[in-house]
Every structure is written in structure tokens, then in C-alpha cells.
Ligand binder design. Structure first.
Ligand SMILES: [Zn+2]
Length: 192
């Protein structure tokens, strides 16, 4: 059960937001960035972003996380209302240590899915329960999900979140992440 811990104004380079932090059962430090008034609204643009330290913060070119994050914030900053739910589940849920171990295997030529499996980890361990609870917390009636990931859409639908639209996030592949993006497309079904 989600309980609001605190909230505050958060002016950003993309515009004015409010940041909400919740205390939940697992006590993860997830954050929710809210633009405008989303309460009980229809068609709320929502980005559910999983933390990527190397990409989001360090600007790694091994993935397109930072690009997706910035494009989402830029988009939300232009809307009357919307939200970004930032989930602290690094490396598609396997954590930073195992993500770097998987990178090391990828340096030897394995793809992102093979590397995870070689480490005895699932290809995608992410969980979006917190996001479902946030959407319900605000009484949001329907969302426009900003994603390329059909698994994320399936997950939300399973928990009775109404998705009226998918907003694709188009990122330009670089020589470093082209293989990674292709793997996501071919093996994880991403619509890139
Ligand atoms: Zn990343």
C-alpha cells in the first residue's frame, strides 16, 4: 500500500514539476515527477523509467536510457499535465553489480540477453507494481504510455490500467548501442 511520504516543487530545465516520494512496502527510493494536475484525469502522458546509473547519469552510449529519459522529460515539460515514474531498478532489475558483469560478457561478444542468462539471471527482471500503485494513487482514469516496450504495456493492462495511446520514443542509434537496440528489438520485442 502506497503512502505519500513527502512532496515538493521541483523546477527543472524542462519546466516546473513536483516531486513525490512514497513509502511503500519494499521501501525503495522511487520518485515520481508530476507535471500539472493529474488527479482523476483521462489520457495522462506517463513515462515509467527504470534507473540506469551508467546511462542516465554518466551518459553511457551502451544503451539509450538517457536519451529516452531526456526526451520524456522534454515532452512532459511541454504538456499541461503528465508524470514520470522513476523506478530504482538498475540494469533491467538485476542491479548495478550484475549489470557490469553482463557488460563484461558483452565485451566478449555475447548479446544482452545471452549475457544475463549466462549469469543465471532473467533477461528482464523489472517489476512495475509501484507504477501501477502510483497511477491508482492519483485516481488516473487512463494513460498515454510513453514506451517502446510492449511487455510494460501488457503488465499495466494486467493490473487494469487503461492505456488509450502509446507515445513512442524515437532515439537515434549510435555505433555503440546499435547492437544493443537491435537485440532489444529482436529478442525482447521492443518497438524501436
Ligand atoms: Zn541504460
Amino acid at each position: 500500500m502506497l503512502e505519500l511520504y513527502s512532496k515538493a516543487k521541483l523546477p527543472t530545465i524542462f519546466g516546473q514539476f513536483e516531486i513525490y516520494v512514497f513509502s511503500d512496502d519494499e521501501n525503495l527510493e522511487n520518485a515520481v515527477l508530476v507535471r500539472g494536475d493529474v488527479n482523476s484525469k483521462e489520457n495522462v502522458p506517463v513515462r515509467i523509467h527504470s534507473e540506469c546509473l551508467t546511462g542516465d547519469v554518466m551518459g553511457s552510449k551502451r544503451c539509450d536510457c538517457r536519451d529516452q529519459l531526456l526526451k520524456s522529460l522534454e515532452f512532459l515539460g511541454k504538456q499541461d499535465f503528465g508524470m514520470l515514474i522513476y523506478l530504482r531498478q538498475e540494469g533491467r532489475g538485476i542491479g548495478l553489480l550484475d549489470k557490469i558483469r553482463a557488460y563484461s560478457l558483452q565485451d566478449q561478444g555475447y548479446d544482452t540477453v545471452e549475457a544475463n542468462l549466462m549469469l543465471g539471471l532473467p533477461a528482464d527482471k523489472r517489476d512495475y507494481t509501484f507504477a501501477v500503485e502510483v497511477i491508482k494513487y492519483f485516481g488516473i482514469k487512463s494513460i498515454r504510455l510513453m514506451t517502446n516496450n510492449p511487455l510494460k504495456m501488457d503488465f499495466l493492462k494486467k493490473y487494469n490500467i487503461r492505456i488509450t495511446d502509446r507515445i513512442p520514443i524515437i532515439s537515434e542509434p549510435t555505433p555503440y548501442d546499435e547492437f544493443y537496440l537491435n537485440t532489444k528489438k529482436m529478442r525482447l520485442g521492443h518497438q524501436i
